[in-house]
Each structure stands twice: as structure tokens, then as C-alpha cells.
Design a protein around this ligand. Sequence first.
Ligand code: PLP
Length: 394
Amino acid sequence: MMSIQIFKPKFAVEECLAEIRECLEKGWTGLGFKTVEFENAWKNYTDLPFAYYVNSATAGLNLAVEILKEKHGWLDGDEIISTPITFVSTNHAILKAGMKVVFADIDDTMCLSPASVRERISERTRAVMFVGIGGNIGHYYEIVDICREHNLTLILDAAHMSGTRVFKKGMEMPGKEAEAIIYSFQAVKNLPTADSGMLCFKDGALDTIARKKGWLGINKDTYSRSTDSGNYKWRYHVDYVGEKYHGNSIMAAIGLVQLKYLDRDNAYRAQMVRWYRENFSAYPEYIKMITVPKECQSSNHLFQIIVNNRDDLILYLNKCGIAPGVHYVDNINYPMYSYAKGTCPYAAFVSEHVLSLPLHMDLTFDDVQFICDEIIKFVKRNEKITLPTFKGDE
Ligand SMILES: *Cc1c(COP(=O)(O)O)cnc(C)c1O
């Protein structure tokens, strides 16, 4: 019997139902209405200039790569440097656009190693895809500099980063540096809906293109501009062979409510992470924790540790009623990326040793304590763990 799950989204149920009720009573559950409200609320929250509400972050990633490729005139087979430690939709988006994923290795932040990224830049490199794993900023700002230096486009998969802030001159949200940022509001992310995401372009012209491509290529503007009588309301141009990627008002209704609680929820996540870290800090020879730069206030989507005998530890924890997770299996293990075998040794090691511990709003101090006690009991019977070196640490 499993009693402590890794994720368990918490919804402000009555408030969500009230927002959804508004959609149902108005008879407007689709595109527009709450989706527009949510886009505005998100721009306000992140201070980003544009936000297009999509039905998943995967949809947002697909659109982002495709649209940037067209804008910059990238060719099929041109390269985007990305991480092997991510959810596959990050890298699938690159493949789907006809481009090549060149994997760079990660470092002790679980994010791309700047030194490894530098090594992988070639004549055909066009962009870097950065993923803030678990909400961590990692060495994002060094990657920003590398992109500037080499005239590369930066794309930020911020699926885990809702609410992540960073101290620069004051606290701010990372992302303005990227040409496209993609957030996920999937069922177990920090701002859960059921499925949806936000695609935020830096360039307003690309936001406009995304809105057409995300709705089958339909362009409503041509006729609505040419007529004020409403005679041609039913008529529209189709500019592209687009996809059905836009979000809807029911999901946006949930998102609007959940956004109100994002910072509160993230504050409790941070508290739980402090409890975990305090417990494990006495066992550095057995439990390695992830490095989070001190200027980063992570959303703490994940709390990850690196241990020996990870798979046995999962079985042991399952017997204790605890269900941890793994984020992620090295994508190079999957057939469409196997051409990169052997190129990212640190990621390959992490993939076999990393474990994500339960982190959600229903966990108590006692739960965290119980999880820590069981893990410590187990790892003390293990061999001590030594991590391989990573690029940038030699
Ligand atoms: C969840 C996730 C995605 C995909 O998000 P969806 O909204 O489920 O499409 C993309 N990248 C990362 C890193 C994720 O964790």
C-alpha cells in the first residue's frame, strides 16, 4: 500500500469550481475569455512582454522551435544544443522541426554545463535549449553569455520553473534573456491545471505567428479589420498548415486560481526542501544533493538526491509506503537519440543514481522526517558514493 506519493497537486477546489461555473454559465469554455485573462495574469506575474496560452508545454516547445527556425532561416539538420536529462518533449520538439539535437553534458546543478556547451558548438549550431531542472537556474546566465558571444538563440524550457526567481539587482524572474520561454501547467507541475502551458516569445511578431499556427493557421484579423459591420465574421484566412495547440477557458479558469497560490505553495516547498537538506547534510558520503546557486530562489518542483543502489532504494521505499520518482532517464538511452551514446558521461551516471523525493502540499514535517529516516537507514548499508567529475569541475 502506497501512502506517500511523489506528487499530489493541491487545488483550491471551491474557487476553481466558481471560475469554471462562470465559463459554463456564460457558455464559453473555449479559446478567449479566461485564456486571455490568464495570459494577462501570467504576463503580470512574470513581467514578460508576451504570453500565449497553449494546451501543453509540449505544444509550446513544438511551436517555439518551428517558429524560430523559420524566423532565422535555419536549415534541416542544423543543430540545437540540449540536455539529455529532461522530459523527452524538450528534445522531441527539436527533432520534429527537422533539426539535430546535439547533447551537452550536465553538471552538479542537473542543468547544462557551460563548459560542455562550449565544446559542442559547431558551424551548424543555431540555438541552445536550456532546461531549469527542478526549478533550478543552474548556470543559466553563463549560457546566456555563451549564446551572446556565439550569436546563438536561447530557448528556455521552464516547465519546472513556475515561480523561480533569481537575485540580480533585486529579485526577478529569469527568462527575459531567452527568445522563447515555455512553462508547463501539467497536472503535477507547480501550477497544476490538468494540461496546459504558456509560450512566451520575446518578439511580439512571433507571438502573433504562434497564435495563428496554434489554431490551424487561422487568421481572423484580415476580415475583421476590413469590415466593422460584422458581415464577414464567419470568414477567415488560413495562413499556415497549423496545429490545434491553443488553450481553453476551463483550463485557464483553474490556472487563474492556482496562480494566486503559486508563491505560497512554493514557499512551503522550500520549507520541505530545508527539512530534507538538514537531515541529509550529516551524510555527504552517502547522499549527494543538487547544487543550487545561492542567488537562485528555486520553485523546488523537485527535490533530488544522488545515491548508490538507487533502484534497490526505490524498492525499499516502496515497501515503506513511499513512492519516489526518477527525473530523468538519460534521453540518449532512447533509440532516436542513441547516436549520441557516450557523449555525456556525467548525465549517464546521474541517470542511474538520481532519485526525486516526495514533495507536495499534503506532506508534513513528520512525513519528511519518516522519508529521511528510511533513506538514511538504507544508504548507511551501502558503499559510499563518489561522483564522477563534470565538465567545468576538472
Ligand atoms: C512536463 C515537462 C514538459 C512538458 O510539459 P507538458 O505540459 O506536459 O507538455 C516539458 N519539459 C519538461 C522539462 C517537463 O518537465
